[in-house]
Design a binder for this molecule. Structure first.
Ligand code: NAP
Length: 274
């Protein structure tokens, strides 16, 4: 029985067990994938015992994505560049590899669900936390050269751009109405709009017709931002596609099969959120 899972604090709301469990069943693989609550302060111990506890690896979620770096033997260049790890692999010789597949998940979801996305147009990223780092890195890789960052704490946006080595215009929330008409992409990476969090109070009315709105949140499946964008005719994507696609490399590392993201699988996750 191949063993993997997801660690975080809290972690009981994670959809990853259902997501990976769906593939395990689909491909008839003898494996298990469960969630493991790992309290802050106990991460080193948990990571250090992965091999002895029979794990092939784990996904890492909030609040451990950055702290985990120091307990790993090596990082992929992507994880190194982003400065965060969401996928840990226990290699055959017991060494621990850290990867970040959030950037891959985001860009793959964007390209699959918004084929009209134009990287030549400005992209506005709201937020400057861990997820924003992966989004900015992947947009830069995708050829977006006109990046605009807006965050509650302006210094976090400046620090993000500096540490990733990207040239970005740091704007304020009040600048949005003047920035929206030129943008090809608006991404919300803040927690605002998520179930249990305050709302994200912005109006996407100024966006051009072809612009894409991507909200990393998937609970609720349609945030007020996405709803407003969809009603006015913009392509509006929630974070479920990113969640599904970021899981692909991990599943392949651990279970030896590159899985396909399937519509039926997505529907099964949506049903859990309704
Ligand atoms: P994080 O590192 O804690 O960053 C949180 C961000 O939200 C920061 O930019 C923070 O601004 C901002 N923020 C928090 N409270 C705010 C408030 N009251 N007003 C304005 N801004 C506020 O979190 P994260 O890991 O980046 O995750 C962010 C979101 O992305 C979450 O909703 C998470 O579920 C989602 N996510 C989705 C996926 C997916 O696969 N779909 C993957 C990863 C993350 P400050 O810098 O000012 O604190």
């Amino acid at each position: 029985m191949i063993k993997a899972g997801v660690i975080g604090w809290p972690v009981k709301h994670s959809l990853s067990p259902q997501l990976h469990g769906w593939w395990l069943k689909q491909y008839g693989i003898a494996g298990e994938y469960q969630s493991y609550p790992v309290e802050p302060g106990t991460l080193r111990e948990f990571i250090g015992s992965l091999k002895n506890n029979g794990f092939k690896g784990v996904n890492v979620t909030v609040p451990h994505k950055q702290e985990v770096l120091q307990y790993l033997d090596r990082l992929t260049p992507v994880a190194q560049g982003i400065g965060a790890v969401n996928t840990v692999v226990v290699e055959v010789d017991g060494t621990l590899l850290g990867d970040n597949t959030d950037a891959y998940g985001f860009i793959t979801s964007l390209k699959a669900e918004a084929p009209g996305f134009n990287p030549a147009l400005p992209a506005i990223v709201l937020g400057a936390g861990g997820a924003a780092r992966a989004i900015v890195a992947s947009l830069q890789n995708a050829g977006v050269r006109n990046l605009i960052l807006i965050n509650r704490t302006r210094e976090h946006a400046q620090e993000l751009a500096h540490s990733l080595g990207v040239t970005a215009y740091i704007a304020g929330w009040n600048d949005l109405p003047t920035l929206l008409p030129q943008a090809g992409l608006l991404v919300n990476t803040t927690v605002l709009g998520m179930a249990g969090q305050p709302p994200l109070e912005i109006d996407p009315a100024g966006l051009g017709k072809g612009a894409v709105v991507f909200d990393l949140i998937y609970n609720p499946l349609e945030t007020p931002l996405l709803r407003a964008a969809r009603i006015q005719g913009n392509t509006a994507l929630n974070g479920l596609g990113m969640l599904l696609h970021q899981a692909v490399p991990g599943f392949e590392y651990w279970f030896g099969k590159r899985p396909e993201v399937m519509l039926e699988q997505r529907r099964s996750l949506e049903a859990l959120l309704k």
